[in-house]
Design a protein around this ligand. Sequence first.
Ligand SMILES: Nc1nc2c(c(=O)[nH]1)N[C@H]1C(S)=C(S)[C@@H](COP(=O)(O)OP(=O)(O)OC[C@H]3O[C@@H](n4cnc5c(N)ncnc54)[C@H](O)[C@@H]3O)O[C@H]1N2
Ligand code: MOO
Length: 402
Amino acid sequence: MISVAEAYARVLATARPLPPETLPLPEAAGRVLAEDLAADRDFPPFDRVAMDGIAVAHAAWAGGQTVFPVAHAQFAGAPARPLPGPGVAVEVMTGAVLPPGADAVVRYEDVTIDNHQATINIQPAARAGVNIHARATDRRRGDLLLPAGTRLTPAALAVAATVGAAEVRVARLARVAVVSTGDELVEVAATPLPHQIRRSNAYAVQALLAPAGADVHLFHLPDDLPTLRQGLTNILAAGFDAVVLSGAVSKGRADHLPTLLRELGVEEIFHEVNQRPGKPMWFGARAGGGPVVFGLPGNPVSTLLTAARYVRPWLLARQQPAAGPPGPTPAVLTAAVQFRPALAHLLPVAIAVDALGVRRATPVVVGGSGDLAGLLGADAFLELPAELTDFAPGTAWPAWPL
Ligand SMILES: Nc1nc2c(c(=O)[nH]1)N[C@H]1C(S)=C(S)[C@@H](COP(=O)(O)OP(=O)(O)OC[C@H]3O[C@@H](n4cnc5c(N)ncnc54)[C@H](O)[C@@H]3O)O[C@H]1N2
Ligand code: MOO
């Protein structure tokens, strides 16, 4: 049986970059750029007035002139009109081009304007440039602003917009089929018979993966072998990047998936990982392209934790191959934990940040991997190594978000 680290490495080894697609910029929020975007102009592109007021020649003001005739007004969006003379002021609005010849702006709060004459009520600024956002102070034309691989966060999207990227090349979404299996499962809207339960795993996996950049399609297949075979055959041929199955990977007589997947040409990369929950996890890929297949154990806690530990990082790695997926963040245990089996323990925890900024992890009581309500208080899980059995309060361990 392989370790969590080995299983993770084998999963990530299959994460090839996603092919690019071109999208209108507003639709590309949250996506990862597949092209470099450079500054098409200086930032700012002209000497920009930063405060509403009057623009003057600093030399005149510093030389003792306090009263300036006001020639005209320069509004944002109007072409630049120069200062008519060194002793003359122009009214200027924030965002306007600084009138050529002016090199200082005095705020309206610091002047009195009466009958086209401005009187400055403050001491001259020590240097020219006051209240001016000078051309090219932030970035220069040609500077690489957003290299390929950058995620289009709100700030990055604003920069892409300002350099005129009306359409952008971005990694396309990964197409993911999430397939629940099992004859005991009925629709959410159904009233289950005493021996039935409502499906929940596929929704949990969808909720985990969709915000991470997956185009998720949900399916449900019964345990009956011919129907399962036909359904899986169709799903494997439908052009998905990944097929995420929940259930039917353990040792029960209806746990057909490992055998069936092999029969359908999906080669096993591993089956069983040295972890609890999630030990029966299966992973494989179809030779000659086609989707990778995650066979997640069906117990709801196992499904969600293994999806968070393996599937989401695989998805993020495909979007940003150079950066790799974000790793876990350490958190400090608040209570002693003992775990005897020689398995890595994925321990659901509630994370709180203390006054010193330390992330503290309090174990959440989960009554086994069928207790999906037990996860309600958890926002992460610690990965406690298989080699140890006793974990003292105050020790730090990797925490993965849920
Ligand atoms: N003899 C052994 N039995 C089991 C072993 C083992 O090593 N030897 N491993 C146990 C572990 S650990 C787990 S986890 C489960 C995993 O089994 P499967 O992946 O085959 O899952 P199922 O049997 O299909 O289902 C398990 C459990 O989860 C419920 N389930 C399944 N799918 C959903 C869904 N979409 N929504 C809600 N609930 C779901 C299902 O009804 C079962 O109760 O095997 C142990 N057994
Ligand atoms: O994965 Mo099983 O749920 O270890 O309990």
